[in-house]
Design a binder for this molecule. Structure first.
Ligand SMILES: Nc1ncnc2c1ncn2[C@@H]1O[C@H](COP(=O)(O)OP(=O)(O)O)[C@@H](O)[C@H]1O
Ligand SMILES: [Mg+2]
Length: 431
């Protein structure tokens, strides 16, 4: 029905509310805003209705009829508290008044109740003026590491995988293309803490002279609903602006875990945001390498593991004897030592993580320092000092395996966790 027909029908039955709303809508579509406004006002006088209220508020917001729309919206919210779109509009009206605090507080409240109400215009507003903040973030999270693969003891398998999947893809994109393979996708590392996940991620960046962005879940999570997603997006944008770049996300499993301050649906939106970033939905991830780490891969949302996302999953075991020897050497480099029998210490530190070895050395050094204070000269570290410290430092990886064993035995359908079982069989002598 066209506008004239609608008017005629309405003349015949002036109290027909749906008909009046149809006419108002048609007028709006035809660009006759003043006439539409009149009809919505009549409709509202006839009977309170949400449709007219929304349309009028929208019209007045657009006309920047700010003080009128604020009063009208406050009344609308009182009458229809369940419809949060009035609150979104009120937040926008506050912004027109430059009342940013109230706008933000209101928007925050709406998102808490209903995360689906995210509004692009408001999001953009609250992100504005934060370039100083952004520069601060850049400095805080972006490194240019000088550690290389040669500084990483052992981990041959991991180096090979990262090299093939990530480094070569960056160095020879044309070869990948020739075989019809898409470069990209990430590698997820899992294993007991302190065994070099962060260390090798940093060395990966060093190896290809790339920037390194190291973020953990606490850098992303924000009390303010909607901000966590924004934070995550900004980290990925930072990586995209500084390619080649390795972005390392620690504790990825926690992205999906429910937090005390976050409801289920909120953690879902964060997961979706993360997946969108991994997929490079709105922007290309070319030159951006994603490495993830977790101590609890079984907590990971299965969607993370789809092709193009974390499609490689690597077990990072505690260092074997050869690796421990290298770690000891690299950790003692430049410290006062006297012909250390690295082989012997490495043999005696079964199940020690890299971090445990570091703790062992620190412990020995503290003892030495005490001696040096009383003798007044530098006492070089000796093999026996390290062996003595073994009494004070215990390997920390066993606990993780105790826990992991259950998952490896009972929720291991695709054989993903076979490497855990293999490690246990070889090193703990039993299943
Ligand atoms: N393979 C290794 N070679 C040299 N040092 C290592 C190695 N693995 C671990 N380390 C040392 O142990 C520390 C802890 O390792 P990290 O990478 O933080 O463990 P994770 O991230 O797996 O918890 C590192 O900072 C490093 O000093
Ligand atoms: Mg780590």
């Amino acid at each position: 029905m066209n506008i004239d027909d609608l008017r005629e029908a309405l003349n015949a039955s002036p109290n027909n509310l749906p008909l009046r709303l149809l006419l108002a809508e048609a007028l709006l579509k035809a660009g006759q805003q003043k006439e539409a406004e009149q009809e919505y006002l009549k409709a509202l006088r006839q009977e309170d209705n949400i449709k007219s209220r929304k349309a009028l508020a929208r019209l007045w917001l657009k006309a920047e009829n700010t003080s009128a729309v604020i009063i009208f919206l406050e009344e609308s919210i009182e009458l229809h508290p369940q419809d949060t779109s009035f609150q979104i509009m009120l937040a926008k009206a506050y912004l027109q008044e430059d009342n940013i605090n109230d706008a933000r507080a209101l928007y925050e409240k709406v998102l808490l109740i209903n995360p689906e109400m995210r509004d692009e215009e408001l999001d953009r507003q609250f992100r504005l003026g934060s370039s100083e903040e952004q520069a601060f973030i850049d400095d805080q999270f972006m490194e240019r590491p000088d550690t290389r693969f040669e500084d990483v003891g052992g981990m041959q398998e991991v180096k090979k995988d990262i090299s093939l999947k990530i480094i070569q893809a960056i160095k020879h994109p044309e070869l990948y293309e020739a075989y019809g393979k898409k470069a990209g996708g990430g590698i997820l590392m899992y294993g007991p803490p302190g065994c070099g996940k962060t260390y090798i991620a940093r060395a990966t960046a060093g190896e290809i002279d790339a920037r390194f962005i190291n973020i953990s879940i606490n850098d992303i999570l924000d009390m303010w609903i909607g901000n966590s997603e924004k934070n995550l997006h900004q980290f990925f944008e930072l990586a995209r602006q500084h390619k080649p770049c390795v972005i390392f996300i620690d504790e990825v499993d926690a992205l999906g875990a429910s937090r005390s301050q976050m409801s289920k649906s909120n953690s879902r939106t964060l997961i979706n945001q993360f997946l969108a970033e991994l997929d490079g939905v709105n922007s290309s991830n070319e030159g951006v390498l994603v490495l993830g780490a977790t101590n609890m891969p079984w907590n990971l949302d299965p969607a993370f593991r789809r092709p193009g996302r974390f499609d490689r999953i690597l077990f990072i075991p505690p260092p074997d004897e050869a690796a421990r020897l290298e770690i000891l050497k690299s950790q003692l480099k430049g410290k006062p030592c006297e012909s250390i029998d690295y082989k012997k210490v490495a043999a005696k530190t079964k199940e020690f993580s890299g971090a445990d070895l570091k703790a062992l050395i620190d412990h020995a050094i503290e003892q030495k320092l005490e001696k040096s204070f009383s003798s007044g000269k530098i006492e070089p570290l000796q093999t026996k000092d390290l062996l003595n410290s073994l009494k004070g430092v215990k390997p920390s990886t066993k606990e993780w395996f105790e826990h992991a064993k259950n998952f490896a035995l009972f929720s291991n359908s695709a054989g993903t966790y076979d490497p855990i079982l293999e490690y246990i069989k070889i090193n703990h002598g039993r299943k």
